[in-house]
Ligand binder design. Structure first.
Ligand SMILES: [Zn+2]
Ligand SMILES: [Zn+2]
Length: 300
């Protein structure tokens, strides 16, 4: 499969023997994209058998240490490994200042270019085959959830094209790319031959949050990775610290009609996370508790 999701670290706030600090690696064809970079992420990448060098984008959802303290070490290792390819780091308001601190910790020098971009709710990363958007979620710091969506273009309706006098060939490709073409002196617009948008894989990462509408609204048909720091026994703590319980994560998945739910950001107090899964399944069945180094490549 051209998409692979690897949970590098799945713990909340502090690590445990079984769980590293928060980080998720997304492979899209050859490109690696990192969602958050908690302490120790670089060793998890090695354990996952992936190359740092293929990471082109690092997205930091908020400035809580468990989501970014691995960044300095990772960048330094990239530099030691003589990385030359540029890297883009996306982070919330204050991104430039944040990066300058990280850089100064590493002796103010990396052997490659790092572009720093500030995230807002309007930010869109648009590539040929996917787009990434950010939504503000409800946490104790300014935090953005990540919406990754494949964009596979619109269906080409052959019958419509033939009826307009087009013949299969280069003109078909032009129209598919969104360009107009001319046949027998008549200009044909792409809209005349293109149908529905082709469905691609959609991934939503809530980051740290209370259950919120912003995530629910975007998680329809998505593979949802949601904060599930606590169980119902600690719901008061979830409210206090602005996290979610596994049951609440399940409720969001149910209301949104998500395809599948990964419970993420698990408090070390739940050494056996099966209680979280049970509580979640009371409301949403197709759920799993994410584990460190768990790899997912089936998205149907
Ligand atoms: Zn966290
Ligand atoms: Zn946090």
């Amino acid at each position: 499969m051209h998409i692979e999701l690897i949970f590098l670290g799945t713990s909340a706030a502090v690590p445990s023997i079984a769980r590293n600090h928060a980080s998720i690696l997304l492979r899209y064809f050859d490109e690696l994209i990192l969602f958050d970079c908690g302490e120790g992420t670089q060793r998890q990448i090695i354990k996952a058998g992936k190359s740092f060098m293929k990471i082109r984008k690092i997205l930091i959802t908020h400035y809580h240490g468990d989501h970014f303290l691995g960044l300095a070490g990772l960048l330094q290792t990239m530099s030691f490994n003589e990385r030359k390819e540029p890297l883009t780091i996306y982070a919330p308001k204050g991104a430039e200042e944040f990066f300058s601190i990280i850089k100064s910790l590493c002796g103010n020098e990396f052997g490659f270019d790092v572009e720093v971009k500030e995230i807002s709710s309007k930010t869109e990363i648009k590539e040929e085959k996917y787009r990434i958007n950010f939504v503000k979620v409800e946490h104790s710091a300014l935090t953005y959830g990540i919406i990754f969506e494949e964009t596979r273009g619109r269906e080409f309706v052959l019958e419509k094209a033939l009826a307009l006098g087009l013949k299969p060939g280069p003109l078909f490709s032009k129209l598919q790319r969104g360009e107009s073409v001319e046949v027998n002196g008549r200009v044909i617009m792409p809209e005349e031959v293109l149908g529905e948008e082709k469905k691609g894989v959609k991934l939503v990462y809530s980051s740290d949050t209370r259950p919120c509408k912003a995530i629910e609204e975007h998680a329809k048909n998505a593979f949802l990775i949601h904060d599930a720091t606590f169980g119902e026994d600690k719901k008061d703590r979830a409210v206090e610290t602005m996290h979610s319980t596994a049951f609440e994560a399940g409720s969001i998945a149910k209301n949104a009609e998500a395809k599948k739910l990964f419970l993420f950001h698990i408090s070390p107090r739940y050494e056996n996370a099966s209680v979280l899964l049970e509580e979640c399944k009371k409301v949403f069945e197709n759920a799993v508790v994410a584990k460190d180094l768990m790899s997912v490549s089936k998205f149907d």
